[in-house]
Every structure is written in C-alpha cells, then in structure tokens.
Unconditional design. Structure first.
Length: 305
C-alpha cells in the first residue's frame, strides 16, 4: 500500500504530487517519497526523425562501448557499499572537535573520494565507434556574394563626386529645417538653436523647457538656468530672463536652485539694458533674510532709544 499526498518544500514553492512508499528494515522504518507527474506534465514528445537508420555495425560498436564501461562488474563501485562523503566528513569533524577542541579540523582524507574506475577494453571500444561514426565536415552551400556580383554596372565614384559641387551641400538639409529644444539634452539643443533660430527665439524655447522640467521634476534644471542667464546677459535679453525668473520663482524647486547657486535677476552691472540694480537683485534672491536683518536692526535701535 502507498499514500498519495501533496508536498510543498517551502512557502513559495509549487505543489508537488507525491507518493509515500513504506520502507521497513531491521534497522529503521520510514516512508520514501517519490514525486509523481500531473496529468498536464505527461505529454507526447515530438522528436525529429532520424534521416538515416544506424547500421548493424554501428549498433554493435555502441553496445560494445556501453558494455566495456559497465560498473556492475566493479565490486568497489556498488551503490550499497559506497559511503556518503558528506556524512563521513561531518562525523570526522565532530569526532575531532570532541577529542581536540582547541585544534583546527584535519585535512580531508583522500581515501573518502572515489577513485576513477579502470576499464580494460575502453580504448578498443572508442576506436571502433570512431571508425563507424566518421566526422564529415559539410561545406556551406550558401554562395558568397561579392560587391562585383551585387553591382553589375561599372560605376565610377570619381566622376560622381566631381558632379557634386560644394554649394549643393546645405547645412539646413543636413540638420533639418526644424530645430526644437528637447528635455533629453536641452543645453546642447540650446546651443544649436542659438545659431539656427537666433538668441531670442532660443531663449524663449528654453524658458518653456525649464517650466516643463520643473513641473515634472526633471533633470538639467540648474544647467538650463545657467545657460539661459548667461545668454540673456550677453545678448541684451535681460528683460526676458528677469520676467521669466519672477514667474518661475513662485515654485519651491526654482527658489531652492537659485538660492543654493546664487542665480538672481540680471542687473545693470551685468547688462546695460537691465532696469534692475544690484541691490534689487540681491533683495529679490534673499528677500526674507534681508527683511529679517532690517527688522533686527530696527529692534536694536528701539532698544537703544
């Protein structure tokens, strides 16, 4: 009699269908578990057909090779007499620890390992198999095509290159007629847009990109702010940058970036077209701190009075 059970090795392991077979011996009584397949696991394997059936000589050579490596003729390799190396090593270490607790474990004895079996007729069997199963190198049947086979007409590259004039190559055709600053590499796109579209249009596009990056918590905001301010101060577009910064300064991310990196309004000393003074630029960037300092000074004057 046997017992059909469902076994699970660990929590997240799939359920296995098992069979418990009783094993009663003089020294122990236990149940041996054998895994069984489910109905879905039993399938008919579709193996490719062998093009040529083996000959009698080939079958005889393989049978001789298998018989020459039969371990059942070797008494030292019987499964019932081979000790378990893992268990033997554990007991050896435990015994040594009890008898010599303060010394390291002894090295592993070579007698525990199985020695390679020696077969007398193995060489002749291998040679016989090699003779009846020759290795034939098959040539690649695909024909290699060269450039001469693909281009049958005689094409002179030098004559074609002479027809192409230097004036025919237009930079706009290579770069494309439309240049737009993206969010992946906005600083590089901004440099290209300055030469293609002009500083003002490029700065307007970069302002839109910075607004999009701030709203979506994107990268490159600091690099874009620095590039925009530098271009605006150099090209006399201080009003464009100052108006943009006043609108964007309501966002906490922009406030933190500007105050940590000292990015404020463009004043007259940096650009002659600016209507903002250096003091007003500092007040805009550090308004709360300056107001607290002024209130502290007023309190000190009142205390002195």
């Amino acid at each position: 009699r046997v017992a059909i059970t469902a076994g699970v090795k660990k929590v997240d392991a799939p359920v296995q269908l098992c069979c418990l077979v009783p094993n009663v011996k003089d020294y122990c009584a236990c149940l041996m578990m054998v895994q069984l397949p489910f109905a879905n696991d039993i399938r008919k394997a579709e193996l490719p057909r062998i093009k040529a059936a083996p000959t009698e000589e080939q079958l005889s050579a393989v049978d001789h090779l298998i018989s020459s490596m039969d371990l059942s003729t070797k008494p030292e390799f019987k499964s019932s007499e081979i000790p378990n190396f893992d268990i033997q090593r554990r007991f050896e270490c435990v015994t040594h620890k009890v008898l010599h607790p303060n010394t390291p474990f002894p090295p592993t004895s070579s007698e525990m390992f199985l020695k390679s079996p020696k077969f007398e007729n193995i060489d002749s069997a291998v040679k016989a198999c090699t003779a009846v199963f020759p290795i034939v190198k098959e040539e690649d049947k695909r024909k290699k095509r060269t450039a001469g086979d693909m281009f049958t007409e005689n094409i002179d590259i030098n004559n074609i290159m002479k027809k192409v004039k230097k004036e025919d190559i237009n930079l706009d055709d290579l770069l494309g007629s439309e240049v737009k600053i993206g969010t992946a590499s906005p600083v590089q796109d901004f440099l290209l847009a300055q030469n293609k579209l002009g500083p003002k249009v490029a700065c307007q596009q970069l302002c839109e990109v910075i607004t999009s990056l701030v709203q979506h918590d994107g990268d490159h905001v600091l690099d874009c702010m620095r590039s925009l301010r530098e271009c605006a101060a150099r090209e006399g577009l201080s009003q464009l940058f100052n108006e943009f910064l006043k609108d964007a300064f309501t966002h906490r991310t922009v406030q933190k970036i500007c105050r940590d990196n000292n990015i404020s309004l463009i004043h007259r000393e940096e650009c002659s077209t600016s209507t903002v003074s250096a003091v007003e630029s500092d007040i805009f960037l550090k308004g709360d701190e300056i107001m607290e300092e002024m209130e502290d000074e007023d309190d000190d004057l009142l205390d002195d009075l």
